[in-house]
Every structure is written in C-alpha cells, then in structure tokens.
Ligand binder design. Structure first.
Ligand code: A3P
Length: 320
C-alpha cells in the first residue's frame, strides 16, 4: 500500500509537470491526460482509479460529462437499486439528509485505501466522468454494467458556464458576452473538463452499439420527456426490474417524484449543505430546462457548435 501510494505520488508529480495544460476559469487548470482534458484536481484520483480499481461483475457505473444529468441519474439509480430498504413513500429516504453525490461517489474522487476496499453494499454503485477509453481495464473485462447519460451540448455548456461562475474563486471574473464566446470556442475545440465533448459521448455510444448488455445509453432530454419508460429500462438494465405489484402501487411515479429537480432542490440538505469546503449542494440544482441555451446564445455563439453538431448528427443524434 505504501509502495503504491509512492508510485501514484511520483506519477502525479511527473505528469503535472509534463502534460499540456489549458486554463478553465480561475484556478481550474486542466491537463491533457490520455487524450482527455482532466481537471488538475482530479488527476491523482484518475491515476489511482485507472491503476487500482477492480470492478466486480455486479457493479453499476454511471458515466457522464459534468452538467449532463449526473445528479439526476445518481438519485434515480441509487433509489432503484436500494428501494427495498425504504418505505414506499420514501419519507425516511437518505436524500432527506444527504446529497446524491455523498451517496454515489466518483471513482476519480476516491483515494487508494477506499478504492481498494470498496466497502459498499452490493450491487456497488459508482460514478465517473472519465471517457470510456480511459476507464480501468477491469471495468471493460468484467461483467459490470455502465449507464451513460448525455445532454444537448449547447445546454450542457450553459449549465457548465453557470456552474463555474458561481464559485467564490471565480468571483473576480466579469462574465460578459465576449468571455462567453471565448469559452464556447474552447469548448467546441474540445478544451472542457473531461472533454472533448463529442469524443466522450461517441466513445460510450459506440460501445453501447457494440455491446448493449454492457452500456445503456440515455439522453437527458429523453428522460425528461418519458421518465416512466426510461425508469423501467433503467431498472431492467441494472437487474432490479419493477414487479407488477410495484407498478400497481405507483412505485415508479414515487421514484420519479422523489428524484425530481423540484423535490431534491427543496430538501434542506441541498439548500444549505455543502458537498465539499468549496462546493455547496445547491450548485447541483439549477433550472433543468431543455433548450435553455436559446435564452443565452447569440446566433454567432450557436454557430460555433456547427461542426460538433454535424459530427453528432452523422452518428444519428438530432441535437439542435
Ligand atoms: P441546468 O444547469 O441546466 O439547470 P450534473 O448533475 O451532471 O452536474 O448536471 C447538472 C444539471 O442537471 C443542471 O442543469 C441541473 O439543474 C440539472 N439537474 C440536477 N438535478 C436534476 C434532477 N433531479 N432532474 C433534472 N435535472 C436535474
């Protein structure tokens, strides 16, 4: 263990110095690590995860880019998998006292001792923002399953923009149209946390086509439109299908209600609690609207996404 720790530390120090860097808001430098832009504060965690995480056959891994619906999917998956432990009305559900990110941890956020022990009830549920190609080998070779969620890149950008601007450390930045246009340029060039956006999405998309038993691919917009049908396929995919009895008792609707943006946003823990010293729980819940970008972008801003959208359209996505 001590040797492994020293090895991680050494690799981290070397990579931090040698990898190409890009700025992302104040104090949020990213390094180009194994062909994705890794926020520097996740680099050590990413190295640890890749080298030491041993996936088990029953594991469920939620994969996503930031601001594409991770919090929502964490809540849904956690509730679907653990639903037998709570009364049907969910009045005692852990979401009343804990943020979904405290219950479903990021693999790249774990340290060595936690990642090795993995002391979680079964099936274990984790999340990651790493691209498919950068996942630890055992995830690919074991029978564990991956749920991926994507979102319209324009809405994802707007959400990301608001997310970073609300941090205290970014308070000296004066957001204006020029700065937004500059950041859209970076984003469309691929320089965004865990980006390039389209490589991330297409990596999981291609794997879900090759192996649909392994990767369930979801769209935020589809989930908003038809939550019930999506919850059923999600529950089937993770091996916890809803029984007829549960359907009659409206369990699916109860889960949708509990995990809705409105419900989670109003929980005391999400109004006033903190995820970490720097991040308040409320930062995970904003508007959750489809097409929010139309209220933010000028035509020239939207035009910057043209190439990215063309590539995605070619793959069959109809984001507009
Ligand atoms: P907006 O900023 O557009 O409102 P992530 O969890 O991946 O960081 O994504 C955050 C986005 O998902 C935010 O979008 C947030 O408001 C939205 N969101 C958070 N919880 C949600 C929920 N329970 N249902 C729907 N959207 C949710």
């Amino acid at each position: 263990n001590t040797k492994a720790k020293e090895q991680i530390e050494k690799e981290f120090k070397e990579l931090k110095l040698s990898l190409p860097k890009a700025a992302w808001f104040e104090n949020s430098a990213m390094v180009l690590y194994k062909s994705f832009w890794c926020p520097q504060y996740f680099l050590k965690g990413a190295i640890t995860f890749q080298n030491y995480f041993e996936a088990q056959d029953g594991d469920i891994i939620l994969a996503s880019l930031p601001r594409t619906g991770t919090t929502w999917l964490k809540s849904l998956l956690y509730t679907i998998i653990n639903r037998d432990n709570f009364s049907s009305q969910f009045s005692q559900h852990p979401f009343h006292t804990k943020n979904p990110h405290d219950l479903v941890l990021y693999l790249e956020g774990l340290d060595l001792s936690t990642i090795i022990v993995g002391n979680q009830p079964l099936p274990r549920l984790f999340a990651t923002h790493l691209p498919y190609l950068s996942l630890s080998d055992s995830i690919k070779t074991s029978q564990c399953r991956i749920v991926y969620v994507c979102r319209n890149p324009l809405d994802t950008f707007v959400s990301l923009w608001h997310f970073y601007l609300q941090f205290e450390r970014n308070k000296d930045i004066h957001p204006n149209m020029e700065l937004m246009e500059e950041y859209i340029g970076k984003y469309c060039k691929g320089e965004s946390p865990f980006g390039p956006y389209e490589d991330h999405l297409l990596g999981y998309w291609e794997e879900s086509n090759r192996n649909p038993q392994k990767v369930l691919f979801l769209e935020y917009e589809g989930l908003k439109k038809e939550p019930k049908a999506h919850l059923k396929s999600l529950a089937d995919f993770v091996g916890c299908p809803f029984s007829e009895e549960e359907e009659k008792q409206n369990v699916i609707d109860e889960i949708i209600k509990l995990c809705s943006l409105k419900s989670l946003k109003e929980m005391e823990v999400n109004k006033n609690g903190n995820f970490s010293p720097m991040v308040e729980n409320k930062t995970f819940f904003r508007k959750g609207e489809v097409g929010d970008w139309t209220t933010h972008f000028t035509p020239s801003m939207a035009k910057q996404f043209h190439q990215m959208l063309r590539k995605l359209n070619k793959a069959g996505f109809s984001f507009t």
